[in-house]
Write a protein that binds this ligand. Sequence first.
Ligand code: ZN
Length: 323
Amino acid sequence: MKMLPLMLLSGCLFNGRFLEPDPPIYDDFLVHFLKLGSGDATLIEVDDQVIVIDGQYSRNHLSDYLDQHLGDRPIDLAILSHFHPDHWRGLRPVLEDREIAEFWDSGLFPEGWKGRQSKGYVEIREDLERRGTLVRGLGEREPAFELNQPFVWDANDRVTFTIFAATNRPTARDENKGGDIINNSSIVMRVQIDEWRFLFTGDIIGRTDDDELIDIEADLVASDFDLNAQVLKAPHHGSQSSGHPDFIDRVFVGGDGEPAFDKSYVVMMGWSLDLGAPPTGSGAERYEAMKPNFKLLSNDHERQHIYCTSRAEVLRCDFAEDW
Ligand SMILES: [Zn+2]
């Protein structure tokens, strides 16, 4: 039997769990696109403020990461893009255990994931309100913001949010369709920090043959919204049903037909680890084939965080190991 490299092991394992490597030093802001399991989880730090968007599938990995990285600092804003387990499960203990100043969701949650967990979700939402958290549903049922109207965040005036979609529709009885409708309820929003723009898309799906499902991407492409952003969080983990080239163009190409920015990135957070193989047709190759004017960072197959920050007026996004 070969000897395992003990030095490597001793640096990684602590009390039987993985210690995360330190994030890069930054002096401006830092966006952590985390790979802690399947699904999406993003941590944004601007000055002293902390924003968390989604929590991935693993129940404790985000919690552990925040413990290690933030200590007991409160979360200024937590956002659930949509009520699916690969975004919700890891966020739940954060909402339950940490001080949360503000919480947003799409407002669509009554039937939950295959009927499970939704009762607990409603209770958690109510509990947050009892604890003094400002809870907002961004969708059609509880509209909190006007679409396409940028608003400056109360907690930090360097941060501006613009909501482009958060569509609530009654959930269908059919289980799979219900899943797609919840995907399509995802909050689509731009988070702008100074001049840097990040477009979060949750799990919206685009092309579909189902007449009852709306094509959120096509709606956005047809809108007159300014969707330009330097960083696009790939919709629905890069699945075949999302990321239509017209939509990608709307994000990265300016009104004059030229690239809107010198440097642009697609960040793909994903599948594998807990949920198994990526869905057919997902993944880097399809995006790579689309346009040469963005860099693709996909952490689909490895446990790798992706970090973004700006330095000397240049935006840099990269895998953890390349910092
Ligand atoms: Zn998802």
